[in-house]
Design a protein around this ligand. Structure first.
Ligand SMILES: NC(=O)c1ccc[n+]([C@@H]2O[C@H](COP(=O)([O-])OP(=O)(O)OC[C@H]3O[C@@H](n4cnc5c(N)ncnc54)[C@H](O)[C@@H]3O)[C@@H](O)[C@H]2O)c1
Length: 414
């Protein structure tokens, strides 16, 4: 029998009201108002973003939250006068902040994303959008239910090379695209594993809020190595697929306007970095897409010869994009995007080289906060690229092909 009691009704009404109040409208800023920014997580990447946002005209960095005193001290040196806090909730309590940048470890992204959105702030959220598929669904829904401006830290969505590739694809220069190849390769000196960072002497339980770092992961004694090197362990990270494939797959998905993959495969292992890490250093991912297209991504940490790049292979032409012996994170030189016709199907077409200038990703976010437009790296591309990355990792961890439906049904375990 489906009889609703008065109590059920009141509970539901209260939930409805709470859901509504969870996303109060964002403050409307005038053209001359300063945008007051806060940050959550000011480690390696966060300190870069801190300097980027401080250099954007009309912004003011007001306060940051980080669980490690060393990072708070470093932030204060870079931005004298800011308030530093050890708990992101205290930061979000501040009513005078318009927007928040999140550059915390992957396993805390969803928590910070949801808390920022429900606190009524606009958000710059580092990639990968979330650590798991259910979290990606939650964050997408929260962003859509709110009117927040959300930029994902997929900065290559603002690149001129992507704008060129998109216009060539839209202009029909490629014909039918059935295959995309992509790869990323790095190397380190013998004996030094990729990503391994030294643990600072002051990294001890007095200076770190360890339970905030764990963020619901099983409790355990303080472990400074895992705190500093969280990237190496599944419960905090998604390995190189969430560190780097996500940038390239987002680029490819946007260029070709691809939907979610229908299935993923991933092989590889810990072949070069036998230092106790859990995430693979050698990877071959295959993503099947609806509409007869397959995208592959390969990565190694023990050879950098072929750098990084993508090749979009169409019946009427090819797009090549790359950095040559560099990487998407550090590589500023040598980026190119080129179109070459397949003369057999497109005899009149000429070869093209991309010339469009990059947009500054941080500036794009700040402009969108003022105009309420959708930033270049929207929550949708954050979502689609996160799902593709998590599907690949699920296939690897299960050692079998995984479909989108199966991947969505998995309740992730760490
Ligand atoms: N877009 C890019 O090109 C790019 C490049 C590098 C890193 N990233 C991303 O940036 C994020 C951070 O990477 P990183 O290398 O800076 O890591 P990091 O470990 O150097 O920095 C993370 C910071 O977050 C702090 N932190 C941990 N838990 C916290 C919590 N619960 N609340 C507040 N602060 C917390 C840590 O103390 C640390 O200072 C990752 O998601 C990474 O994938 C993006």
């Amino acid at each position: 029998m489906n009889v609703k009691t008065r109590r059920d009704f009141l509970q539901q009404a209260a939930l409805g009201a709470a859901a509504f109040l969870a996303y109060p409208p964002a403050t409307v800023l005038g053209a001359n108002d300063r945008i007051r920014v806060g940050m959550i997580g000011v480690g390696n990447r966060g300190q870069d973003l801190l300097q980027e946002v401080m250099s954007v005209h009309g912004t003011q960095l007001v306060a940051i939250a980080d669980i490690y005193s060393r990072r708070r001290d470093e932030a204060r040196k870079l931005a004298p006068g800011i308030e530093t806090l050890d708990d992101h909730r205290r930061l979000l309590d501040r009513k005078d902040l318009d927007a928040i940048i999140v550059a915390s470890p992957l396993h805390t992204h969803a928590r910070h994303f949801l808390d920022v959105v429900s606190a009524g702030k606009d958000l710059y959220a580092e990639k990968t959008m979330t650590w798991s598929i259910p979290e990606a669904e939650q964050c997408l829904a929260a962003a859509k239910d709110s009117d927040r401006v959300v930029q994902i830290g997929l900065q290559f969505q603002s690149s001129g090379a992507l704008a060129d590739a998109r216009s060539w694809v839209r202009g029909g220069l490629l014909g039918k695209v059935t295959q995309v190849e992509s790869w990323m390769s790095r190397n380190t000196p013998h004996g030094h594993g990729q990503w391994v960072r030294p643990v600072p002497a002051d990294c001890n339980p007095r200076n770190v809020n360890w339970s905030a770092f764990l963020n619901g992961r099983p409790d355990r004694p303080f472990d400074p190595y895992r705190l500093i090197n969280w990237r190496l362990f599944w419960e905090f990270s998604g390995g190189n697929v969430t560190e780097n494939m996500v940038h390239q797959i987002a680029w490819i998905m946007t260029a070709l306007e691809l939907p979610l993959p229908s299935a993923a495969y991933m092989s590889g292992g810990i072949f070069s970095e036998k230092d106790g890490r859990e995430v693979p250093d050698t990877i071959a991912v295959t993503l099947d897409f609806p509409g007869d297209a397959v995208v592959t991504w390969q990565s190694t940490f023990s050879n950098s010869h072929f750098g990084l790049g993508e090749r979009i292979l169409g019946s009427d032409g090819t797009i090549e994009h790359g950095w040559e012996k560099s990487d998407m994170v550090n590589g500023e030189e040598g980026e190119f995007v080129r179109y070459s016709p397949e003369k057999i199907n497109h005899p009149q077409a000429a070869a093209l080289t991309g010339k469009t200038k990059d947009q500054d990703h941080m500036t794009n976010w700040i402009e969108c906060i003022r105009t309420r437009k959708t930033p270049n790296a929207s929550v949708e591309i954050g979502y689609r690229s996160a799902i593709a990355a998590h599907m690949a990792n699920l296939a690897y961890r299960r050692r079998q092909r995984i479909t989108l439906e199966d991947a969505k049904a998995v309740s992730p375990q760490f």
